[in-house]
Ligand binder design. Structure first.
Ligand SMILES: [Zn+2]
Length: 150
């Protein structure tokens, strides 16, 4: 059996930069929308997982992304220097960004593409629900959606 959650409370707005991309290498943002599916056996309450509990867990994971600048720490084109006050990024394209630390979320991924964001958020949800097959679909725009499932 499979359940699915979506909606405003598991969505977030964030800014990012994609290195070596003609248009997206400029700082820009998206209103990301998520759809999360959980598939598995029914429990004693005849549910895959309680909708309310599942929404709360996913919302708590997703809210850390909201109104942040997403920075991929594994990106070889970004030299990231961070201290207690600021995050500075020097790119191989010779761009220099300087942000207040609180505005930034540094993620242990190679790029903040929708694909890798879906996989990263999937892995965070999977830590809580290791026995369920979790699918995370994330849209940057209504017509651009990436999914990761495992
Ligand atoms: Zn983008």
């Amino acid at each position: 059996m499979k359940i699915q959650i979506s909606g405003d409370k598991i969505s977030f707005s964030a800014a990012h930069i994609l290195s070596n991309h003609d248009k997206c290498s400029r700082l820009h943002g998206h209103n990301y929308r998520l759809r999360v599916e959980a598939e598995g056996q029914l429990n004693v309450k005849k549910m895959v997982v309680d909708f309310g509990e599942f929404k709360t867990k996913v919302r708590n994971i997703v809210k850390q992304f909201d109104h942040r600048i997403l920075v991929p720490s594994q990106n070889k084109e970004f030299n990231i220097i961070s201290d207690e006050r600021e995050v500075k990024i020097l790119t191989t394209e010779n761009k220099y960004y300087r942000f207040p630390k609180d505005d930034v979320l540094i993620l242990p991924i190679e790029a903040t593409t929708a694909e890798l964001l879906a996989k990263y958020i999937h892995n965070l949800i999977k830590e809580t629900y290791p026995k369920l097959k979790i699918t995370v679909s994330i849209s940057e725009t209504p017509t651009s959606i990436a999914s990761f499932s495992e």
